[in-house]
Design a protein around this ligand. Sequence first.
Ligand code: NDP
Length: 494
Amino acid sequence: MSTATEQRTFDSLNPVTGAVVGTHPVHDAAAVRAAVAAAGPAAEWWAGLGWDERRRRLLDYKAVITRDIARIVTMIHEETGKPKADATLEVILTITHLDWAARNARKVLGPRRVSPGMVGLNIAATLEYLPLGVVGVIGPWNYPMFTPMGSIAYALAAGNAVVFKPSELTPGVGALLAELFAESVPEHPVFRTVTGLGETGAALAADPGVKKIAFTGSTATAKRVMAACAENLTPMVAECGGKDALIVDVDADLPAAADAALWGAMSNAGQTCVGVERVYVVDAVYDDFMRELTGRAEKVRAGEDYGPITMPQQIDVIRRHIDAAVANGKAVLGGPESVRPPYVDPVIVEDVPEDSPAIREETFGPTVTVKRVADAEEALERANASAYGLAGTVFSGDRRRAMDLARRMRTGMTAINSVISFASIPALPFGGLGDSGFGRIHGADGLREFARPKGVSRQRFALPGMNLTSFTRGQAELDRLVKLVSFLHGRRRR
Ligand code: NDP
């Protein structure tokens, strides 16, 4: 939260106690410009280190983070309020991604020969992916380490410098990440953090020295950031919100599905972009599934099993969604009384109309709607009837059917018989479509997102009588080419 902006500092607060966790500078447009300007030469130096040295430094950074895990966990816990166990998992997940990015950058992005094709048989063709320069990363507060590092680690591994603007709710985590990086890379400001409120992020997005923006946050803010990027034609990755669905098919393992639905919906107080917000269960197993779900949910407590609502204003959104859902649906567990700021106890509502905000808008709270459907096809149809398209889950006993449903789910990622497992696999790309944004972090696609393809064609020898790109070209050369092309491409296949 912001206080005393006029003194050019602001405080981050513990969302449970209200205590000040830390005081950070408000970096204004001039300070952001200076950070980006300093990052320019740092990016050149970092790119010049080469693959092996960058990999060594990034693996060292990984070791520094691993050794300092307790300090990072404490900072995440204090700024977000999430239990330390959850913060620990967040750091561990980040470590595996950093490791993967460092180890795979050269393989994915490094120079390689590609086939020149028959017509170019005298040409050596080379493809490589070069760094962009300075990448600006704007991050949210819900997973203040894992989420931005999904961009930062991959951008650094691709040879870029990074200027990171963390959420105003979690500046301490952001500052710590850059501080620890400087232990492994002390020479230049290859990765630095600028802190402040929304305007600091806006200044970063508008800075012409930034060659790409990786934004994670709400869809509404993504549109504002994209407008700022448009000024300089700065490309952007947009990782926005979601309204993810979980489908329970007729032959699903119901206890496992209920366990997963509950954790997917309630963990981190529902403040997970790929959290479960809607559940569609086929008629034949609906009652059994609900028994499993409510039996488990009754034992889950806010303040014990998960933390508070980190951003105080979000309470109003959650309350509005619960009120509307309960007014037109049937509360199975909890209701309006579950909202007791800063906590919200688990809320399960069934039969909520499909036009309710609890079905259409991102709730970002520990609530879930459940609906009975005729079959998995109807479940998929309803799951796909969303402006968002981030991720989803399928529980089914039939592997082929589950794969088919997963492929047809209109999202960037789908987990089968588990929740959110794709996020823990560094090789899998992460990102959405529609209102959930565009572009990908993680995996080979995530590395390429922070690089530009460069193609080079080198003529190895002149082809006698085949100099086609010259005014000396004659009809005979063209005839020979037409003959060759007819031989290669002229046969019809029916
Ligand atoms: P916001 O959109 O409110 O903020 C995201 C970031 O943008 C913050 O750092 C914020 O700074 C900054 N910002 C605000 N205004 C501007 C501006 N005009 N120009 C540039 N930057 C700006 O999102 P939240 O932090 O509330 O995060 C929650 C959202 O993030 C949810 O919708 C969630 O689904 C989504 N999310 C998506 C993920 C994904 O990978 N797809 C992962 C995690 C979350 P400040 O905080 O200082 O205002």
